[in-house]
Design a binder for this molecule. Structure first.
Ligand code: AMP
Ligand code: MG
Length: 533
């Protein structure tokens, strides 16, 4: 454990291996033939630590005393840096909503440096909301408390759910006010500013490769690919056309696995642009994301995507493939052939198609998945869930308590349905054909599960280990934000704690497992979000 932050061991490979923009700091501009620009975080008025993740601090070897120190507050608010850091903003491009957007880059993120431990684990520290960079494109480079609470809580919640994600070390308010037009309706207002320190092996995105490909800058593209493989995928071997292809295939597999996990827990990213896709297959850039409350594959939380719903829950698997195709296109000049890259993209499809049914089977408590009969059972359920407003999280949690086999055979319809009733937003909607179809499904389900011969408690604990009881429901995040904006971080800290054990029953914390209350149905922040953050 470190006595001060100076004791952290930095090994800044990204800046050491790759070409730098010759200009340091400065205003918005196009940056050519460089992977990053050196830039310092902007000082803030009066930083205050709102919350931190003890697990992430521990991973970094940062002791409790250091977390509580003045130095921690100064460094992770952006007021100061330590000499072994090499603060910079990365240059990247991206496809936004399906269209090439040109240079984007870290417009409000500043990477401080890469911490390594004795085991060789590499953790990059990045401040989000630490002031303008050459990639800010005229915007302020800042973040508001509202969006910072959302990023901080959700990335930690996702980790504890077992979903690959970037992590968050700290959430600090800056004491500065930030102007935002939250609803994009011409009524901007001041909001408290905040900085999150996020942590990941690297923050390299698909878009970091796309920008060089788009400029035909193959030399820098190759340097970035070589750096990425040698630093983060050394098991693939020395870079060569075959290794570049193997790397795309590996990113494809990781991305597919990540999206299977999103589907499992009902997470909707909201902005799956290629600049928001991590080459590690980690969930990154928590913006207008949301959690499915009622199961609706057509839902997206992002108001900017209201018209076409490109990034709706049900489209995420396909979009992952589209994004991998963009990465493969970017790498093409290094490979020279199309077919091997096509095979690499196929790895996405193969991985998804292999893992998704197993994931769904696990949610249903099926251990020995048998495609020939279970695929239809899964499909029928996914048609029933959106037919009446059904809370996804409560439904799967309740399903573990549904009786199976002989026990269910003697039950009345009402008794069989009882464990699921809480999941229905409007229980009266469950009538007529839908009610009979649901009961038919439940009886078939019960028969199917009985063939597995597992004891009820074994089945329940297996199902409860993949079907969370606690997710960061959209309205819960908003309640925590409301309090934090009034100066009370209590709910942020309490939620962080509850979401640390999302699969446990946690008696006494029922209120965090309840379905969305009626008032939250249409309240901004609870159902729909803009990108304004
Ligand atoms: P996002 O939608 O958050 O992934 O952001 C897309 C692009 O806009 C990235 O290049 C961001 O760095 C940039 N960006 C978003 N908000 C700001 C801001 N307040 N100041 C500067 N750049 C921003
Ligand atoms: Mg982004």
């Amino acid at each position: 454990m470190t006595a001060t932050l100076e004791d952290l061991s930095f090994d800044n490979r990204f800046t050491a291996d790759l070409p730098a923009d010759p200009e340091v700091g400065g205003g918005s501009r196009q940056v050519n033939e460089a992977a990053y620009s050196r830039v310092s975080p902007a000082p803030v008025a009066s930083p205050r630590l709102i919350a931190h993740s003890p697990e992430v601090a521990e991973m970094l070897g940062i002791s409790r005393d250091v977390v509580e120190s003045e130095q921690f507050l100064e460094v992770f608010s952006g007021n100061t840096t330590i000499s072994a850091m090499d603060p910079h903003a990365a240059c990247y491009g991206g496809h936004q909503f399906g269209n090439w957007a040109g240079q984007l880059g870290d417009g409000r993120a500043i990477t401080l440096g890469e911490v390594t431990d004795s085991a060789g684990t590499r953790l990059t520290l990045q401040l989000k909301g630490a002031g303008p960079t050459p990639y800010s494109r005229g915007a302020d480079g800042l973040a508001v408390l509202r969006s910072s609470v959302r990023e901080f809580l959700c990335s930690e919640a996702m980790h504890h759910l077992g979903v690959p994600t970037t992590r968050a070390l700290s959430l600090i308010t800056t004491g500065d006010q930030v102007m935002r037009d939250m609803f994009y309706d011409g009524n901007p207002g001041l909001e408290p500013g905040a900085v999150v320190c996020r942590v990941a092996p690297s923050f390299i995105r698909f878009g970091n490769f796309e920008i060089f490909r788009s400029r035909d800058d193959i030399a820098t593209l190759r340097r970035l690919a070589d750096h990425t493989i040698l630093t983060h995928f050394p098991e693939l071997g020395e870079p060569s056309p075959e290794v570049y292809t193997a790397w795309v295939a590996e990113v494809a597999r990781r991305t597919a696995s990540m999206i299977v996990e999103w589907q499992r827990v009902g997470f909707v990213h909201g902005v799956m642009n290629t600049d928001n896709m991590s080459i590690h297959g980690l969930t990154i850039d928590y913006g207008p994301y949301g959690w499915l409350e009622d199961y609706d594959p057509g839902w997206t939380p992002n108001t900017t995507d209201r018209q076409f719903k490109r990034y709706r829950y049900g489209a995420q698997p396909h979009i992952g493939q589209w994004n991998i195709t963009q990465l493969a296109n970017a790498i093409h000049p290094l490979v020279g052939e199309v077919d091997p890259l096509q095979d690499a993209i196929e790895q996405y499809v193969a991985t998804f198609n292999q893992q998704w049914p197993l994931m769904m089977a696990a949610k249903l408590g099926i251990r020995a998945f048998d495609d020939s009969r279970d695929a239809a059972l899964i499909e029928r359920l996914l048609e029933l869930l959106p037919a009446v407003e059904t809370d996804m999280t409560l439904f799967f949690r309740g399903l573990a308590d549904v009786a199976v086999g002989d026990e269910s055979g003697q039950m009345s319809d009402d008794e069989l349905l009882a464990p699921l009733l809480d999941a229905y937003y409007e229980p009266d909607q469950l009538n007529g054909d839908i009610r009979s179809a649901t009961l038919d499904w439940l009886r078939d389900y019960s028969t199917r599960i009985a063939t597995e011969g597992s004891a009820a408690n074994e089945r329940r604990s297996a199902m409860n280990s993949v079907n969370p009881r606690f997710v960061l429901r959209n309205y819960l995040a908003q309640l925590a934000i409301d309090d934090a904006e009034k100066g009370d971080p209590g709910l942020v800290i309490e939620l962080l704690d509850v979401l640390r054990k999302p699969y446990d029953q946690q008696p006494g914390h029922e209120r965090f497992a309840e379905k969305r209350p009626d008032w939250a149905r249409s309240r901004p922040g609870c159902s729909m979000l803009s990108c304004s953050s």
